[in-house]
Ligand binder design. Sequence first.
Ligand SMILES: O=C[C@H](O)COP(=O)(O)O
Length: 260
Amino acid sequence: MRVLVSVRDADEARALQAAGVDYIDLKEPAAGALGGLPTAEIVRLVGLLRAAAGPSRGAAVPPAPPPVPRISATIGDWPAQALEIVLAQAEAVAACGVDLVKIGVRPDPGPAAVALLEALAGRARQWQAAGGPGLVPVLVADAGVPWTVLDAALAPGRLTAWAALMLDTEDKRGGSLLQRCGEAALRETVAAVRSAAAGQAVPELGLAGALGLDDLPRLRAIGPAYAGFRSAVCAGERAGPLCPQRLRALLAALRPAVAA
Ligand SMILES: O=C[C@H](O)COP(=O)(O)O
């Protein structure tokens, strides 16, 4: 199980890169679950991370560069009906040089959520053809696994459009994803993604939503490709600064699973 951690600035991003986090997720946690950073800041952070991962110049014995993480960024929290805004924001973030663009899909109203997925699948295919970033629908699961939206995302015509899929929560104070969805439903979600992908490339499934260290044993049993965190690596509110000790504790607890 790989790990994604959300960060808002250069210090936090460098700390994740030095620690070898698999996915560095650029967002503004104070602006909501998928709060977006200004695009100029995303460009700056991507440049810093890529430069740090490249070969060092001028050193007789260059130190090993930090590993190259995958960089994702969010586009802000939007309702499913705001299709044109979502697509415009998605294009703006896609042009920032990130590997993955994460886009929230709220389950209500259902027809708007499905229409959004259809439009996103079209956009994702254009990006694939142009060698652009991967698109990651983030299905909002505050009220449990959104089965109708998940089925729509896994429909044969859409499945291969996605670089990955995520489940996440918007309201971080109402319990973790595990509490809201239940372990059995999350196992079913993992199985649904695998079975929909039979014979095709499987989009990676990531789980997030106020997950904590205590959730790791159950997460490992559920078996997503990766798990995402912000609240667990902050000493206080997730909108506050990242806490290096908490980051270290999370990674130490995850490493046996990463190595497995
Ligand atoms: O994308 C992952 C999220 O930023 C996780 O945040 P959270 O742990 O506060 O739910």
